[in-house]
Design a protein around this ligand. Structure first.
Ligand SMILES: NC(=O)c1ccc[n+]([C@@H]2O[C@H](COP(=O)([O-])OP(=O)(O)OC[C@H]3O[C@@H](n4cnc5c(N)ncnc54)[C@H](O)[C@@H]3O)[C@@H](O)[C@H]2O)c1
Length: 278
């Protein structure tokens, strides 16, 4: 387990006030890292995440920042470096998703999605990487993208495009930063139980039931089920993993045909007397 030990390292997690960001911050703290927690200045859950991190015995620094303010991000990264010292791990997790048909997306909504999901990932990674190089830190940059970086979902043209671009960015940064020993990877979840979708303009329950049927593991992920992949990418265990992505989607991308639902019930040939299961 020492390969996963993050004692003595400092990790910055964006979007840490709730959902996946909170679970990932907590997992890093449990592995020994001190945390810099970033979210919107008025995000109610940020202090609660800090309390949870401190409960593990690690330090939590709160640095609220609206990541949509692209031109503030370089100075923001400099402020964080000055306040907490060298950063070893950057987790670009904050993201927004608005369910809108392609012809309903306004320039404002398009721009906000891109600024949070893509521009902030780039400009924060850019400055933090420069600090890592200057500090001689063989750092880790992990961006939470989505399975939607690889396949589309209706009603999310801007979101899908932002995640695909962030996935591509991961590759470019990985090859440019490899000479400095910094690894850059994406973590691509499928459906996770978090509040991200907010308002649903249609029957959420029916949609989620139908979606669950499409997931080979049969359910959404709990946020903490993305933590194992993150710890690999953030620790010495993943020292030779760069420029790639880990998909954590319960098998959705592997299954393009819901055939198992229509096949005869499963019978274990080693145990023919056992009653068949679905
Ligand atoms: N939940 C899912 O099913 C799912 C699936 C695939 C990928 N993801 C990705 O995981 C990441 C986390 O999503 P989540 O489901 O936890 O969402 P969430 O909405 O629960 O949490 C996102 C956090 O980001 C913060 N944030 C949003 N805009 C910000 C800004 N301008 N500045 C600073 N912070 C901002 C929010 O305040 C919130 O705390 C996102 O990048 C999302 O695209 C989520």
């Amino acid at each position: 387990m020492h390969r996963f030990d993050l004692t003595g390292r400092t990790a910055l997690v964006t979007g840490a006030a709730r959902g996946l960001g909170r679970a990932l911050a907590l997992a890093l703290a449990e592995a020994g890292a001190d945390l810099v927690l970033v979210d919107l200045p008025d995000a109610p859950g940020l202090t609660e995440t800090a309390d949870l991190v401190r409960g593990t015995g690690r330090t939590a620094h709160l640095h609220p920042q609206d990541l949509a303010r692209t031109d503030e991000l370089t100075a923001f990264a400099d402020r964080v470096r000055a306040a907490v010292g060298p950063l070893h791990i950057l987790v670009n997790n904050a993201g927004v998703a608005a369910l809108e048909r392609y012809n309903e997306i306004t320039p404002e909504s398009w721009s906000r999605t891109m600024r949070v999901n893509l521009d902030a990932v780039f400009f924060l990674s850019q400055r933090v990487a420069e600090h890592m190089v200057k500090d001689g830190v063989a750092g880790r940059i992990i961006t939470v993208t989505s399975k939607n970086a690889l396949v589309a979902e209706a009603g999310l043209a801007h979101y899908n495009a932002s995640k695909a671009a962030a996935d591509s960015l991961t590759q470019t940064l990985a090859i440019e930063l490899a000479p400095h020993g910094i690894t850059v990877n994406a973590l691509a979840p499928g459906m996770v139980e978090t509040p991200i979708d907010g308002e649903f303009p249609f029957d959420r329950e029916a949609f989620e039931a139908a979606y669950r049927e499409r997931i080979p593991l049969g359910r959404y992920a709990r946020p903490d089920e993305c933590a194992g992949a993150l710890l690999l990418l953030a620790s010495d265990a993943g020292s030779y993993v760069t420029g790639t992505r880990i998909v954590v989607d319960g098998g959705v991308l592997a299954d393009q045909m819901p055939r198992t639902r229509f096949m005869p019930p499963y019978r274990n040939t080693l145990d023919p007397d056992r009653p068949p299961s679905p």
